[in-house]
Design a binder for this molecule. Structure first.
Ligand code: PMP
Ligand code: G9A
Length: 447
């Protein structure tokens, strides 16, 4: 497989995160370097956010960004609601500042939906509306993480959480996943090791449903086990659940929040994947003391979440539109998942293995030892197909032979074409480097 060296350089520049810098970039960087705070100096661009720039080129088929499909946006209803709101006496409220906690009525309908679906009982002081769950993650970092703090995350984990938490400079410890989610025995071992060193983790961060990036779901049995361990070691759990509603087969599982009897779970939910990420609207439910602190932290960040978005979401939810529309999204995405899985089955080299998600937006792919997907990436871009390099999802970047594929954003037509392109690139790459799978024991997920 060959790309002309000059062309390779050009393509590599498009590859996040460490494309070559121009002299001007470096000069500009030095100009402000002495002024930036230490924590700002350590900030790195998110590989996914950087990739979005590359993959917006129209001829590239992107399986990279975790974007919803625009077809899933209920444009007509939003337009009607918006017009109705602006023509009514709600208009002044929708265009005014709101409380930092969020619109009380919106908090009520979210809680009511949670109670109906999972039996969770909480009141308005248990919930805060945030500007995306991404803000929820940052607020948790602000209130819990100091520079000598320890936190536990999954390996692999959501890149946006990793970046949000890293800003506060914690020591990050990881626990691997398998096809049933985080492995409880290894979690317990990790906590014990930390305790022996006199260290107490601030929290465990987990994505139990249709994991980003791994696509796996924490089984019911493990949910219970995890909470038993959390109880035994007095551990807080951050449950990040943007994909829970997007289940394409099987039964919905109760969130940790509703199984917990000890007020030790902080649940993050979002409208991004079931309504629109552009509205930047999400929520956190948890112990009152934690929510109170999140409110204080948020006051210094953005005062309040967009009231316009909140009023629209309130009308959308209370008018029953959400429950009516989610099945349409599920149907749209189930087909895309199946298309991607069957295309992979058809053409991916036999050395590759991958997860089969029951919902959500991602498939996790693992190749043989020796495959470095970061090296592969420029070749894929040359063939006009993109993915996210797996090492980005590990705090220590230790796993080199994995990649994440998104199946919700590409069109039905592009999925088989993009998968065939990726298969060809992989086929050539593996053959050229004489890479073979070691055996059945190789992990698809985990470390
Ligand atoms: N958590 C996870 C696991 C995610 O995948 C995402 C978005 N891809 C977010 C949080 C952030 O979502 P938002 O800020 O749009 O609510
Ligand atoms: O950064 C974004 O646009 C959200 C997507 C997250 C992801 O791809 O995991």
């Amino acid at each position: 497989m060959h790309i002309h060296p000059q062309r390779y350089k050009e393509v590599q520049k498009m590859c996040p995160p460490d494309g070559e810098k121009s002299l001007k970039d470096m000069r500009d960087e030095m100009r402000f370097e002495s002024l930036f705070a230490e924590r700002a100096k350590k900030m790195r661009a998110s590989e996914i956010r950087e990739l979005l720039k590359v993959t917006q080129q129209p001829d590239i088929i992107s399986f990279a960004g975790g974007l919803p499909n625009p077809e899933s946006f209920p444009k007509g209803i939003i337009s009607e609601i918006m017009k109705g709101v602006l023509d009514s006496d709600m208009a002044s409220r929708a265009l005014q500042y709101g409380s930092t906690e969020g619109l009380p009525e919106l908090r009520d309908v979210i809680l009511k939906r949670f109670e109906e679906r999972f039996g969770y009982k909480g009141d308005r002081d248990n919930i805060i509306i945030t500007t995306g769950s991404q803000q929820g993650l940052d607020l948790l970092g602000r209130i819990f993480i100091g520079s000598r703090s320890h936190i536990i995350m999954e390996a692999p984990t959501y890149l946006g959480a990793l970046n949000a938490f890293k800003f506060y400079n914690p020591s990050i410890h990881t626990v691997p996943l398998d096809e049933n989610g985080i492995m409880p025995s290894l979690l317990e071992e990790k906590i014990k090791t930390l305790h022996r060193r006199g260290e107490t983790p601030k929290f465990l961060y987990t994505v139990p449903n249709f994991h980003n990036p791994a696509g796996v779901t924490l089984s019911l049995e493990r949910r219970r086990e995890l909470l038993e361990i959390a109880s035994e070691y007095d551990l807080l759990v951050v449950e990040d659940d943007p994909y829970g509603e997007l289940r394409y087969e099987g039964e919905h599982l109760p969130p940790l929040l509703s199984l917990d009897k000890e007020d030790r779970v902080i649940y993050l939910g979002t409208f991004s994947k079931v309504l629109s990420p552009g509205m930047r609207l999400a929520w956190a439910i948890g112990p009152k003391e934690v929510i109170k602190k999140m409110v204080l932290a948020k006051q210094g960040v953005d005062l309040c979440t967009s009231t316009l978005s909140q009023v629209i979401a309130l009308e959308y939810l209370s008018g029953g539109h959400m429950d009516k529309h989610i099945p349409n999204i599920i149907e749209l995405y189930r087909k895309k998942r199946d298309l991607m899985l069957s295309s992979m089955e058809e053409s991916f080299p036999e050395e590759m293995a991958w997860t089969r998600p029951e919902g959500g937006m991602f498939i996790w792919v693992r190749g043989p030892e020796g495959l470095d997907t970061k090296e592969l990436f420029p070749y894929a871009i040359e063939k006009k197909v993109a993915f996210v390099v797996g090492e980005a999802f590990y705090p220590d970047r230790s796993v080199k032979n994995a990649m994440r594929l998104n199946f919700t954003n590409p069109s039905d037509e592009d999925i088989p074409v993009g998968i065939k392109r990726l298969s060809d690139v992989l086929e050539h790459f593996l053959k050229e480097r004489d890479l073979k799978r070691g055996g059945e024991e190789e992990l698809i997920i985990g470390v």
